[in-house]
Write a protein that binds this ligand. Sequence first.
Ligand SMILES: [Zn+2]
Length: 336
Amino acid sequence: MARAALMLALLLCFAAAARADGLLGATGYKMAGDATKMRIVVNFDSEPDVKWFLLRGPNRLVVDLPRTRFALEAKDVKPRGLVRAVRYGDQGHGSRLILTGKGPFAVDKLDVLKNDDGTGYRIAIDMSAASEREFDEALANQSLTTGSTVSTEKGGRVGTGPVSAPGHRFTVVIDPGHGGVDGGAESSAGTVEKDVTLAFAKELRDKLAAAGKYDVFMTRDDDVYLALDERVRIARQHEADLLISIHADTIAVKGLRGATVYTTSVGLINNPQRSAGFKVLKAPDVPSVLVELGYLSNSKDEAQLLSADWRGKAAQSITNAVALFAAAKAGTATGG
Ligand SMILES: [Zn+2]
């Protein structure tokens, strides 16, 4: 009991001392989301006067603060999702919080808000994955921005949204399923899905590039692990008009074989027989298709998947389908 009282007295002394030094106190940090979208909340003991701006090389959000005493937990500021690094500290006359993005991003919102429970204030930041062009546009348009209790919605200031740059070519991002520690399906003969998807993706990339009309990117071009949100972030970074995910899964139904294309937002090819295997890619702003090349559980499918000749033909038919989709999209765009 006496000990608790002593602790309390010490804490009160600390609090008094903290206030006496005249510094703003950053008392907590929270970060939630994934590689496509993050919310960051920083708590303060009094109202912070903030200014923020973007820097590139690498893509950073800089928040300027009055001189601040940071009492943040190391585990809370551990980078994750869209944020690759969190740094903070003294900077000349004030202090600074710097968030480095995993790639280009948009600041959708940065607000200074009063906590409802009366324990101080917080900065709430919403950021989402964007393209380099969108980041540069926001960079060019920015003057120092002051956070306020009035919400700063993204508008003219931050260039995000579906409007593409003039001269933007139809852009395809090819996403070979699985990779790294995630091998995907495996046939009884030992063929691993991640290798099949990568081999096919490279074939498709070359076919699409040879058409000379598209910008083509891959989410991975070697054997690395990528989480789904990171794949979507990469598609956004390139302003993909179409994200093509490649798979060759195993399935328990005997006699089911052949290539199928599942689409989330376009109708390329569809095989209703396979609708039970429908998989949705959560990329609502990027038209996405999931191509099941065949099933590694079927030995005939497996033989095809391992045939360079078959892969070439299948890649060509997908390239033809992409041409139809791109033409349809261009028609819609020019038709107003
Ligand atoms: Zn798969």
